[in-house]
Write a protein that binds this ligand. Structure first.
Ligand SMILES: CC(C)(COP(=O)(O)OP(=O)(O)OC[C@H]1O[C@@H](n2cnc3c(N)ncnc32)[C@H](O)[C@@H]1OP(=O)(O)O)[C@@H](O)C(=O)NCCC(=O)NCCS
Length: 132
């Protein structure tokens, strides 16, 4: 499969990809703002169709990986790995001495991230406050 990686991602493709994996909906104007404020975006394109995406926000000391999604019809072809490698390339090409890369995921994706070198932080729990 010929996969191109790009830094372009439209609001429409972002929403379509989230929907393809049953992630909750985000209003389009919020998506537009989120993409504009992202520090790095990568998308995967097959036959002119955007089939995967990932993005980060970072401050030079820490980065948060968000929205790692591959369209289910294209999963299992190394695209998720390719997206995460694009993120690593971006961070490694920066001038930072040290960077902690964080991400949030559930137990079903543990093996995917472990294969990429991530380690689960035992004892840590996710805390959220939902503001309207
Ligand atoms: C997680 C996800 C991005 C993986 O994308 P993908 O393109 O299928 O992954 P890849 O084909 O690049 O897989 C890379 C490696 O991880 C393994 N892997 C991928 N998903 C896995 C899973 N759920 N469980 C165990 N191993 C997995 C693959 O077997 C492969 O191993 P290999 O290199 O030894 O062959 C994709 O399943 C997805 O979009 N899931 C729904 C959205 C989601 O939950 N995203 C992550 C949380 S933000």
């Amino acid at each position: 499969m010929n996969v191109l990686y790009s830094s372009n991602l439209t609001v429409h493709d972002y929403c379509r990809l989230r929907k393809s994996v049953d992630f909750y909906d985000i209003p389009e104007d919020h998506v537009k703002r989120a993409l504009e404020r992202s520090d790095f975006i990568t998308s995967a394109i097959v036959d002119n169709l955007t089939v995967g995406m990932a993005r980060i926000i970072e401050d030079g000391t820490q980065a948060l990986v968000m929205d790692v999604v591959v369209d289910p019809e294209y999963q299992g072809n190394g695209i998720g790995r390719g997206l995460m490698e694009s993120i690593r390339d971006y961070i490694e090409s920066s001038d930072y001495d040290r960077m902690i890369v964080n991400l949030i995921t559930d137990e079903t994706k543990t093996a995917f991230y472990e294969k990429l070198g991530y380690q689960k932080e035992e004892g840590m729990r996710l805390w959220l406050e939902r503001l309207s």
